[in-house]
Design a binder for this molecule. Structure first.
Ligand SMILES: [Zn+2]
Length: 259
């Protein structure tokens, strides 16, 4: 066993997903790192002196960091800016979406669980928000579906979870989705129990398409805005349900969208 003061020093790329002040001088950052999963680090004197980290410890920034970690705490030793995604911070709606994605990552993932897939997804998502290549709604749909897949909460959208009858063989325009079971039911198998909602076939097909597509390629097909909003409303209900927590950033996002 290693002695408690046997510190480990390593470099990694990281996205800043949360930032809180600590005392008068310091900050605690929550990072989604490329190599070490989600990680909370102490940034000593980050508040006291802007020079200490050149003023780059900002939300949604991609940084290259050097971390010194012992059994008690991880400390940020050095940080250099990799990608500021500055258009996110200039736009309140983009900021609201980035906050929502960050809170999802922060609340779903345990500290220190290695997850390169989630880092890559969040990096691509911030990059899409920044470039505006896709709309915020498309970016959000893509992020949420991919994130559910990566964390083992993928909803069953293409076939009845009881009898495996596929979506294409269901006659009704609207299909029943059981939130607790995490999938669709055909009319024959639905027992009318549980927490259910109705989804159009169009929204289901749209979500299946987003699940299967790769980052940066989702702008090839344009879906109707109505379908897009239906899918978004569904995911924004489904995700907090599985998280069993209310997401503060979702309230903020809803306020911004109303304006
Ligand atoms: Zn069925």
């Amino acid at each position: 066993m290693k002695p408690p003061d046997d510190a480990l020093i390593y470099n990694t790329r990281a996205l800043v997903i949360r930032k809180t002040d600590y005392g008068d001088h310091d900050q605690i950052l929550t990072l989604m790192t490329q190599n070490r999963g989600k990680l909370s680090v102490m940034a000593k004197n980050a508040r006291k002196s802007v020079k200490r980290f050149s003023g780059i410890l900002e939300l949604f920034y991609a940084l290259d960091v050097v971390i010194r970690e012992n059994s008690r705490m991880a400390h940020l030793q050095e940080a250099s800016l990799s990608e500021p995604f500055e258009n996110i911070r200039k736009d309140i709606l983009k900021t609201a979406y980035a906050s929502y994605f960050s809170e999802i990552v922060n609340r779903f993932l345990e500290e220190g669980t290695r997850d390169e897939g989630v880092f890559d997804l969040l990096f691509h998502t911030f990059s899409d928000l920044d470039s505006g290549q896709r709309t915020c709604e498309e970016t959000s749909l893509f992020f949420q579906l991919k994130f559910l897949g990566l964390t083992g909460h993928k909803p069953e959208l293409s076939a009845c979870i009881a009898c495996k009858k596929t979506l294409d063989h269901m006659d009704h325009v609207r299909v029943l989705f059981d939130v607790g079971e995490g999938g669709i039911f055909c009319r024959r198998c639905n027992r009318g129990t549980g927490k259910t909602l109705m989804l159009t076939k169009g929204a289901l097909k749209q979500m299946i398409w987003f699940e299967e597509t790769q980052p940066g390629k989702a702008s090839v097909i344009r879906f109707s805005r109505k379908t897009l909003l239906e899918s978004l409303a569904f995911l924004e209900r489904f995700l907090p349900f599985h998280l069993e927590k209310e997401l503060m950033s979702l309230k903020f996002l809803n306020t911004i969208r109303k304006e």
